[in-house]
Design a protein around this ligand. Structure first.
Ligand code: ATP
Ligand code: ATP
Ligand code: MG
Ligand code: MG
Ligand code: MG
Ligand code: MG
Length: 266
């Protein structure tokens, strides 16, 4: 474009490029989804289709950004982990954040009918986003463990809460009082004694959230392997996860798995 006397204003823009050699995590979270989930009739405590819609939107983001090595989602949030060396958008923070957040949001809306079927989308949902940098592998593992511990605590509570409300007819307040001050073991016991539920047998997606990773798979036996994004609902707090998926930490080498036989479980 031609130069103009106004062009100096460009120099007011700030350099927000992220320093090299750190894990870049972008976390998005739905705005007021407590209300959004009510208005859109989400099943409580877990609407499976709504979670799958979140997963589908996250997969679309990973398809666009090849440098995302792992994504982790639960409830109305998703975290995207970029490989340390990424040069996407010259590592400009605002560009990365706004692109990921808006791409996620538009995909959430576009794919709504596919997952939510006849449930009409009543208003435009929106997501906030933040960029967090982690210098060490340990920090990154602790970050992901923190998010997975969060879903564990919330889901155990919500499962007990909604059982008391929906099956036992307690009011929200009564259920809340019943659960006040209880520990995890108490809630596990309550679910088992009063509802015959073994919490550990509840769907893993509800208990553990969803991990999206790239794996090289033989889609048909004997065919060429292809890189695909696979959802896992594993425990990522334990070191077993990181020993199984050795390609994640340190330098990322795409396609280190050659056959499905080498995969843990899908
Ligand atoms: P980048 O991703 O770098 O922004 P870009 O292709 O979006 O790439 P811009 O400089 O933002 O580049 O330019 C936007 C382009 O979109 C315009 O050059 C024009 O071709 C097209 N465009 C946008 N709005 C309209 C419109 N209302 N009618 C016709 N063309 C449009
Ligand atoms: P904020 O705007 O501060 O994020 P919020 O209402 O979105 O407020 P969160 O802490 O993000 O608060 O919690 C999200 C809420 O969305 C959960 O508490 C839950 O009620 C609801 N929710 C999200 N996903 C689902 C789902 N798949 N099934 C049922 N409820 C869900
Ligand atoms: Mg929030
Ligand atoms: Mg939210
Ligand atoms: Mg949330
Ligand atoms: Mg443009």
């Amino acid at each position: 474009m031609a130069c103009s006397r106004y062009e100096y204003v460009k120099s007011y823009e700030q350099d927000d490029s992220i320093l090299p050699n750190v894990w870049i995590v972008i976390r998005i979270d739905g705005k007021k989804f407590h209300k959004f989930s009510k208005i859109h009739d989400f099943e409580k405590p877990n609407d499976e289709n709504a979670l799958n819609l979140m997963n589908a939107a996250a997969i679309a983001v990973m398809e666009e950004f090849r440098d995302i090595v792992l994504a982790y989602g639960q409830s109305d949030e998703y975290s995207f982990v970029f490989r340390k060396e990424t040069q996407a958008f010259k590592r400009r923070s605002a560009k990365l954040l706004t692109y990921v957040t808006s791409l996620f949001s538009t995909n959430y809306v576009m794919q709504w009918p596919q997952w939510m079927k006849d449930r009409k989308l009543n208003y435009a949902p929106c997501f906030d986003g933040r960029v967090v940098l982690y210098p060490s592998d340990e920090n990154l593992r602790d970050y992901l463990s923190w998010r997975q511990a969060d879903v564990h605590v919330n889901n155990l509570y919500n499962t007990a809460f909604w059982k008391l409300v929906l099956d036992k007819g307690l009011s929200n307040q009564q259920a809340e009082e019943r659960l006040r001050g209880t520990f995890s073991a108490d809630k596990n016991e309550l679910l088992f004694q009063e509802f015959g539920i073994n919490y550990n047998n509840m769907p893993a997606m509800y208990r553990k959230g969803t991990i999206l990773m790239r794996k090289r798979l033989e889609l048909q036996p004997g065919d060429k392997t292809r890189q695909v994004i696979v959802p896992l609902h594993d425990d990522l707090i334990s070191s077993k996860f990181w020993k199984t998926h050795t390609e994640l930490l340190g330098k990322y080498t795409p396609g280190s798995y050659k056959t499905t036989a080498e995969l843990p479980r899908l």
